[in-house]
Design a protein around this ligand. Structure first.
Ligand code: LLP
Length: 432
C-alpha cells in the first residue's frame, strides 16, 4: 500500500487510519476529506526528531500551511513544536483564531499588501520573509512608524532547477519569487536591508521547488546559499544567524513514486551544511525548513460516491464521482496522478480501465486518467482517492457552485468534524 495508514479489513473494505471508510462515508456523506491526525503528528516528528539531532540550537521546522489550512491544524502543529509559514492575511487570521503563537510564524509571499503587513504586525508575526526591494521599503516604513524593529529573512533565488513540474519550480533565476544571486540583486537587497534601522536581518531563505526527489537538489541549495552568505560576510561584514531552505520534499502519489526518507535526507543536508560551513569558516547558522506536503499529503484521503459508469464502446470508459476538480484540481493543474481505490470492493479484480472524472461541466475535470477499477463498478459504489491531504482542500473552489466537502480528523479510532460541509446557503452568503 502507498502508506501504512491504508489497509483492507475482513469484509474487503478499505480502512484508513484503522477506520472503515464505508462507515465513515455513511456517517459523514461524500465527497469527504479524511485527515489522519496521528499520521500528521508522525510526519511532524520525523522532522522535529531529525532536527534536534542534526541541526544547531535555534533551528526550527515550520509547517507550510498553504498545503492545508483550517483552524484545528494550526493547533496540531503547534502541539508538535512546529512554527508555521503563512502567506496571506487569511492564513494569519486563521492561525490567530486557532490560538497559534504568531511569534513562531514566518510571513511569505511575493506581494504582501499594506493591509496584510499591518495585520501581521498587529498580530505580532515573528518574521517576515521579504521578497524584494519594494516590500523591504514597505515593511521597514511600517515598522518605523510603529517604533519596532521587525525581524526579517530575505528570499533569495539560488538558481537551481529542481526538475519538478514548472508551476512549482520556484528557485530558478527567472522565478517571480525572491531576488537572484546571479544578477547581483540579492547582494544589493542585503545591503539595503542592513542600512535600515527598523528591520533586523536574521538570515536568508530559499525554496527550490515542490514535490522534489532530485538526488542532491537540497544539498546544492545549502551549498549555494552558504557561498552567498560567506560572500555577504566578506563584502558587508554581515554574518547571518539563520538559513531557511523552504519546503519541497516529494511524497508518493502512486506506487511507482520513490519513497523519500525524511530522516536520511536531512542527515545528508546536515552533512553538507556542516562541511560547507567548515570549509568557509562560517558559523553554522540556525537551520529552518518549511515542509507542507510532507506533513499532510499522506495523511489525507478523499471519499467519493460513483454516480455513473459510461462505456464508450471501442474508445474509453468514464466513472463519474460526486466531486471533482472543485475539491481536487491537481490533475487539471499539474497532471498529478493520484491513486484511486475501490473502497468497498478491495478484493475484486480491477479489470475496468477508466478515467475517473468529476461532475463539473468541463472535460478537464479529471481526477485520475486510466485508473483500474472492478468491472462491477456501478452507481452508489465508494471510491477513495489517496494522498489528498496537501493542496486539495486549500485549493478547492466553488466552481459550478459546488459546495466544498467537510474535513473529518481521524485519531485513535475517533472521527471528529474539523470543517463542516458547505451548504447552498453558504454559497449565496456574499451575494447582495
Ligand atoms: N515554502 C515556500 C516558500 C513555498 O513556496 C512552498 C510551496 C513551501 C514552503 C511548501 O512546499 P512543500 O513542502 O509543500 O512542497 N499547489 C502545488 C504546490 C505548490 C507549492 C507552493 N509552494 C501542488 O498541489 O503540488
Amino acid at each position: 500500500m502507498l502508506c501504512a495508514n491504508i489497509a483492507v479489513n475482513g469484509e474487503g473494505r478499505l480502512t484508513f487510519a484503522g477506520q472503515d471508510t464505508t462507515l465513515l462515508a455513511q456517517k459523514f456523506g461524500t465527497p469527504l476529506y479524511l485527515l489522519d491526525e496521528d499520521r500528521i503528528r508522525e510526519n511532524c516528528r520525523a522532522y522535529t526528531q531529525a532536527f534536534s539531532r542534526l541541526f544547531p540550537a535555534g533551528s526550527k521546522v515550520l509547517y507550510a500551511s498553504k498545503a492545508n489550512a483550517f483552524r484545528r491544524i494550526y493547533g496540531i502543529v503547534q502541539e508538535e513544536g512546529l512554527g508555521v509559514d503563512v502567506v496571506s492575511g487569511g492564513e494569519i487570521y486563521t492561525a490567530k483564531a486557532a490560538g497559534f503563537d504568531l511569534k513562531n510564524a514566518y510571513f511569505h509571499g511575493n506581494n504582501k499588501t499594506d493591509d496584510e503587513i499591518c495585520l501581521a504586525m498587529d498580530c505580532g508575526v515573528g518574521t517576515f520573509v521579504v521578497d524584494g526591494e519594494d516590500e523591504l521599503s514597505a515593511v521597514a516604513a511600517e515598522a518605523a512608524r510603529r517604533g519596532i524593529r521587525q525581524k526579517i529573512l530575505l528570499r533569495i533565488t539560488p538558481g537551481i532547477d529542481p526538475h519538478t513540474y514548472e508551476a512549482v519550480a520556484t528557485g530558478k533565476v527567472d522565478s517571480k519569487f525572491g531576488v537572484a544571486i546571479e544578477t547581483g540583486q540579492a547582494a544589493e537587497l542585503t545591503k539595503a536591508a542592513l542600512a535600515l534601522p527598523s528591520v533586523e536581518l536574521y538570515g536568508f531563505h530559499c525554496h527550490v521547488g515542490s514535490q522534489v526527489f532530485g538526488e542532491d537538489v537540497f544539498e546544492r541549495g545549502v551549498a549555494v546559499m552558504l557561498e552567498f552568505m560567506a560572500e555577504m560576510r566578506e563584502k558587508l561584514g554581515f554574518t547571518a544567524a539563520a538559513l531557511d531552505l523552504g519546503g519541497g520534499f516529494g511524497v508518493r502519489y502512486d506506487e511507482g513514486d520513490p519513497l523519500l526518507d525524511v530522516g536520511r535526507k536531512l542527515e545528508s543536508v546536515s552533512a553538507v551544511l556542516h562541511e560547507t560551513c567548515a570549509r568557509l569558516g562560517y558559523p553554522v547558522p540556525a537551520f529552518l525548513m518549511e515542509p507542507g506536503r510532507a506533513i499532510v499529503a499522506d495523511a489525507g484521503l478523499t471519499l467519493y460516491t460513483v454516480g455513473s459508469v459510461e462505456r464508450i464502446t471501442g474508445y474509453k470508459n468514464y466513472v463519474s464521482v460526486d466531486g471533482g476538480m472543485t475539491d481536487n484540481p491537481r490533475y487539471a493543474l499539474y497532471g498529478a496522478l493520484h491513486t484511486v481505490l475501490p473502497a468497498g470492493k478491495m478484493n475484486e479484480a480491477r479489470l475496468l480501465r477508466c478515467d475517473v472524472v468529476g461532475k463539473c461541466c468541463e472535460s478537464g475535470d479529471v481526477i485520475r486518467p486510466a485508473a483500474d477499477l472492478p468491472e462491477s463498478t456501478s452507481r452508489g459504489d465508494l471510491l477513495a482517492v489517496c494522498t489528498t491531504g496537501a493542496y486539495n482542500y486549500s485549493m478547492a473552489s466553488n466552481y459550478n457552485r459546488v459546495p466544498r466537502p467537510p474535513i473529518v480528523l481521524l485519531s485513535g479510532g475517533r472521527a471528529t468534524l474539523a470543517v463542516r460541509r458547505e451548504t447552498p446557503e453558504d454559497l449565496i452568503q456574499f451575494d447582495q
